[in-house]
Design a protein around this ligand. Structure first.
Ligand SMILES: [Mg+2]
Length: 216
């Protein structure tokens, strides 16, 4: 039997809520509360328009909106050099190593094409996943592509968004185990579909799961 683990990144392996909070503080220190508020309103605007967080585009628009801002360069450096390896959830890399003993690990993340791959690499996740990394604008629509690249008898999807797990369950019913990691600000959102098979409070809890329970 071949098993493939599909792992999400933000708020599953990386504490993205905490990273964002720290970045907000840093930007506010650099440009003051008013311009900080403008930055994050552009961030939301870009996210709504493209469906994903896109820092490079947010920075470009901020620069165009405030060409006189002397600290935009420093702000860009702060955004582009967030030390994501420090924001890994406890034992996230141990979990990945553990899952490799049970199957193939594949990272499937939502995000833009520049910042998100950088984040994944910087956190050490690209290496941990042996280069098996997919970044999409809407990963829920790309499941077929992932299946072609990584065919398996059985999939395990691990995510902090219960609604994404429900989508996977609907498409791979009978061939997937869904695991909801209740971390971050989506932790209590309803699944809007089939509920997850397993719910854990921390990614480290995956180290203690009895996988024999999910054998076909
Ligand atoms: Mg996530």
């Amino acid at each position: 039997m071949t098993r493939v683990f599909l792992l999400d990144v933000d708020n599953t392996l990386i504490d993205n809520d905490r990273a964002k909070k720290d970045l907000e503080r840093e930007i506010q220190t650099l440009v003051g509360p008013e311009r900080d508020a403008l930055f994050w309103s552009i961030y939301d605007e870009v996210r709504e328009k493209s469906g994903v967080v896109d820092f490079p585009e947010t920075l470009a628009r901020f620069r165009r909106a405030l060409p006189d801002e002397p600290r935009t360069g420093e702000m860009e450096r702060a955004v582009m050099s967030v030390p994501f390896e420090r924001y890994l959830f406890p034992r996230a890399l141990d979990v990945i190593a553990h899952l490799w003993a049970l199957g193939t690990v594949v990272i499937v993340s939502d995000g833009d094409r520049v910042y998100q791959p950088l984040k994944i690499a910087r956190a050490g996740l690209g290496l941990a996943a042996k280069g098996n990394v997919f970044v999409y604008a809407h990963k829920e629509d790309r499941l077929a592509e992932v299946q072609v690249r990584f065919p398996a008898d059985r999939y395990v999807h691990v995510d902090d968004k219960a609604s994404l797990l429900a989508r996977t369950k609907e498409r791979l019913d009978g061939r997937v185990t869904t695991i909801h990691v209740r971390q971050g600000h989506y932790a209590n959102d309803p699944p809007a579909g089939p509920p997850p098979d397993v719910t854990v409070d921390r990614i480290a809890d995956l180290l203690a799961i009895d996988w024999a329970r999910f054998a076909p």
